[in-house]
Design a protein. Structure first.
Ligand SMILES: Cc1ncc(COP(=O)(O)O)c(C=O)c1O
Ligand SMILES: [Zn+2]
Length: 427
């Protein structure tokens, strides 16, 4: 008998995914050995346990077709593992965030052309809404009933909100010492929030264990990770489209697990192959906080593998001591001629203030890491000040207020009179 879900909507879990459930995706392929696997809730290669990624058979697609699509990541539906009717299925519709020409910051840093891709404008104020929207689609199409994740904070927000919007259960695991705003901005969406006594790497290990035990759960960054990761390609697509269908010469991207950085690379490469942009060369630079900089360390030491560290930094959203995509970040940055650098917590605070003061954009600590790394790479001559550069601000400063709480505040407290104002000699 034909599964009734095949043509009428996402799977109810009663059988095979419906026709077209994953758009133009054709299967999963191992990033280590190239072995193929069927589309499904799989993330490890059966041959070598390597990580899997989504493979496609892309149709011919034009800029005009994309430009006529919705003002969200779904305008790139043909390039994502999601069905053609994705925009009609309740989700948070992330993406198409602004690309800001940062002339003031450029002047201050002595760089010619600088843009900020400002992903704080997403529904839960970080780029994680992109990856979760794609993972949610996979979960639904596979008939999985619970949306779950281990998180350093932003993913927690995105999963809880997306599950609420989709009307499904969420279970979110966080390290107990997370910033209070990130705890509250997750819990408010309902769902189950679990604080774990341990750091992110402990939480991640626990999540993998639960994922192995519980049927019907979609751990967005564990068992549906190949789909989740594809969401980050949309950062590259949007950036190129917003530049007038052009790939920038240099990009700076924050690194935690490293997934986002490697998928921005995949996105630029795909656009070139599809003829949507000229396949011009670009360099990718990774940014970490010194207190959790295993990838930057490996880059400097010329290693191909990443030695895990115990994180200690205010940039908690990037505090992954054992990054799953670390080796791929090293490969991407080396292959494109980029680098991975790290900056101190004080430089992170400076970075947050610099971006806010020059461009009116209030970034969270991850953005502070990225801006501070931009500054450092320019000062060391690793970034070319003449080359067009895009920096990714992936999260919102309102979630990490403590980072600058001791540094900023009112210039004075005065009585409500003009005399008092002039006497204070403030401007
Ligand atoms: C704001 C922000 N930026 C960047 C990242 C890094 O993402 P990835 O784990 O894909 O490297 C994270 C991860 O949690 C994040 O929360
Ligand atoms: Zn393999």
């Amino acid at each position: 008998m034909q599964n009734p879900d095949r043509t009428t909507g996402p799977s109810t879990g009663s059988g095979q995914p419906r026709e077209g459930a994953f758009g133009n995706a054709t299967g999963l392929v191992c990033r280590a050995c190239g072995a193929h696997q069927e589309l499904g809730p799989h993330y490890a290669c059966l041959e070598c346990f390597g990580p899997l990624e989504v493979a496609y058979d892309f149709p011919a697609i034009t800029r005009e077709q994309i430009e006529a699509g919705p003002k969200s990541i779904w305008r790139y539906q043909p390039l994502l593992p999601v069905p053609a009717d994705i925009a009609a299925i309740p989700n948070t519709d992330p993406g198409f965030t602004r690309l800001v020409k940062a002339d003031n910051l450029a002047r201050e840093l002595g760089i010619k052309t600088l843009w900020i891709k400002d992903d704080s404008g997403n529904p839960t104020h970080s780029f994680k809404d992109r990856v979760v929207a794609v993972a949610l689609s996979a979960a639904r199409e596979l008939g999985l009933k619970v949306l779950a994740c281990p998180s350093t904070g932003n993913l927690a927000n995105a999963v809880a909100a997306a599950a609420a919007r989709a009307g499904i259960k969420s279970v979110v695991f966080i390290p107990e010492n997370l910033e209070r705003p990130k705890i509250l901005t997750t819990a408010v969406y309902g769902g189950t929030l679990v604080a774990v006594r341990g750091n992110y790497d402990d939480v991640n290990k626990l999540a993998s264990e639960i994922a192995g035990e519980e049927d019907g759960w979609a751990f967005v960054n564990v068992n549906v990770r190949p789909y989740y990761a594809e969401g980050s390609k949309t950062l590259a697509y949007e950036t190129a489209e917003q530049l007038g269908w052009r790939i920038p010469e240099q990009v700076v991207i924050p690194v935690a697990s490293g997934s986002q950085l490697t998928k921005v690379d995949k996105g630029f490469t795909e656009l070139g192959k599809l003829g949507l942009v000229d396949a011009t060369p670009y360099k990718i630079f990774g940014a970490q906080a010194t207190g959790c900089s295993p990838v930057a360390q490996a880059f400097r030491e010329g290693h191909d593998v990443v030695r895990p560290v115990k994180p200690d930094t205010i940039a908690k959203s990037l505090a992954i001591g054992n990054p799953a995509d670390g080796p791929y970040v090293l490969d991407t940055c080396r292959r494109t001629g980029g680098a991975v650098e790290d900056v101190s917590d004080d430089e992170v605070r400076d970075g947050i203030q610099l971006l806010a003061r020059t461009e009116g954009i209030f970034a969270e600590t991850a953005g502070g890491v990225t801006i501070a790394t931009l500054k450092k790479l320019l000062a060391s001559g690793q970034l070319d000040p003449e080359a067009e550069t895009v920096v990714f601000n992936t999260g919102d400063g309102l979630k990490t207020l403590d980072a600058i709480a001791d540094r900023v505040g009112p210039a004075a407290t005065i009585d409500p009179t003009y005399t008092a104002f002039t006497a204070a000699n403030l401007v």
